[in-house]
Design a protein around this ligand. Sequence first.
Ligand SMILES: [Zn+2]
Length: 271
Amino acid sequence: MSFAILRPWLLLVGFVTAFFAADPAKAAPRPATPTEFVVVVDPGHGGENDGCESPDGTVREKDVTLAMARQLRAELADLLPHATVVLTREDDVTMTLAERAAFANRVGADLFVSLHANASPGHGQTGYETYVLDVRASTLEAARTARRENDGALPAPGADDPAAVALRQLASSAHRRAAAMLAALVQRAQGRRFPGRVDRGVRQAPFDVLMGVRAPAVLFEAGFLDHPDESRVLIDPRRRAQVVRGLAEAIATYFQQVHVRAGMGTGTDGR
Ligand SMILES: [Zn+2]
C-alpha cells in the first residue's frame, strides 16, 4: 500500500483523536477528594431531648435518628468513598440547634442533612417529607412540624438573631437551589423503595437547625414514629435500612449532579 493511499486515513485518525482530546465532555470526571465534599449528618434531638416516641413509648426519636445517622455514614462510605461524613453527635448527648449549625460550619460542610421522625396530634398521619429552609412555612402542617422540632432545644446564649441568620441563609440562592434539588432526590428515592407509603413531598419551613448552616441544608422527616403501622418502618432494622439506603443514593446522585458535573465546567449548580 503506497503512502499516497495511506495519507487520507492517517489524517482522518489524527482528526478524530484531536477531536476527542479537545472535547471536555469526553474527559474523565475530576476525582473527588475529602476536602471537596464534606457531608454533615445531624441525628435530631439527643440527651435530655427525646423528640417524639413510638405508640407504646418504648422507642424514642433521638435513638432512631442516631441509628439512622450511623448507618447513613456507613452507606456513604460505600457509595462515596472519597467524601468525608461527620455526625454532629456520636452519642446520646444534649446539643442545641445552634451548636449543630456551628459544628457544620466549623468542619466546612458542603452539605447538611438533619434526620428526624415525625408525630401528629391525632397519631393518624403517615408518610415521609423533606424540608428546605424558608422564613414562612408552606402549609399549616409544615409550620406545626417546624414548631415541634424547634421547641426541642433552646438556642445557645449569644447566638445570632435568628432573623438575621435566616436572611443570610436566604441570600444564598445557590444553596437554596441545591437544597431543593437534594430534597427532590430524597423524596424520589424513598418513593422508589416504598411505593406504598405516602410521599408528602418537599416542603418549606423556618427550621432553626437549618438557619445558621452555610451550605445546602435539608431536614428529612423519615416517617411518623407515633403511628402504629408506620413506626415499624423506623423501628424494624431491615426496613429502616431501606430508608437509609434511599437517602444515601439520593446524596450520591446529588454529588454527581452538583459537584462532579460542576467540576467538569457545566456550571456551579450542575445545570
Ligand atoms: Zn425531630
